[in-house]
Design a protein around this ligand. Structure first.
Ligand code: ZN
Length: 131
């Protein structure tokens, strides 16, 4: 299991590392170390031919899984969806989900979760361009 290390904090920012993604193992949540207030972000790696040992839903949060490496299957409300590095999977709170690695290489992903329907603005509507 890798350990998240807080590297630097300043007024309004924080920088941390989980180390080398190629040797990363297990699952790490970074909300607390970074002081995030609007989302949880986690990094996960599953060894060959393993699965998350439970299905789950959420009360309020939608999740986005960004697949960084390997190949696997997400089972979403009973439907199997094949994914691979580059796939992006968005899951609404009420959808039952589980994922598994289906190949010999590690299945590595980032999961971001935030309250569904809470985003009021993004990108151009929220950015303040400075010179
Ligand atoms: Zn979840």
């Amino acid at each position: 299991m890798n350990e998240t290390k807080l590297q630097k904090t300043g007024k309004g920012y924080s920088v941390a590392t989980i180390g080398d993604l190629n040797s990363f193992k297990g699952k790490v949540f970074v909300k607390n170390v970074l002081g995030l207030t609007s989302m949880e972000v986690s990094f996960g790696t599953m060894p060959e031919n393993t699965a998350v040992p439970f299905f789950h839903k959420h009360k309020q949060n939608e999740e986005v899984y960004i697949i960084l490496g390997g190949k696997g299957v997400f089972t979403l409300d009973g439907e199997d969806i094949e994914v691979e590095a580059g796939s992006i999977v968005c899951v609404a709170p009420e959808v039952s989900r589980c994922n598994r690695n289906t190949v010999k290489e590690p299945f590595t992903y980032i999961c971001i979760q935030a309250k569904a329907q809470s985003l009021e603005q993004a990108v151009a509507d929220d950015a303040i361009i400075e010179q």
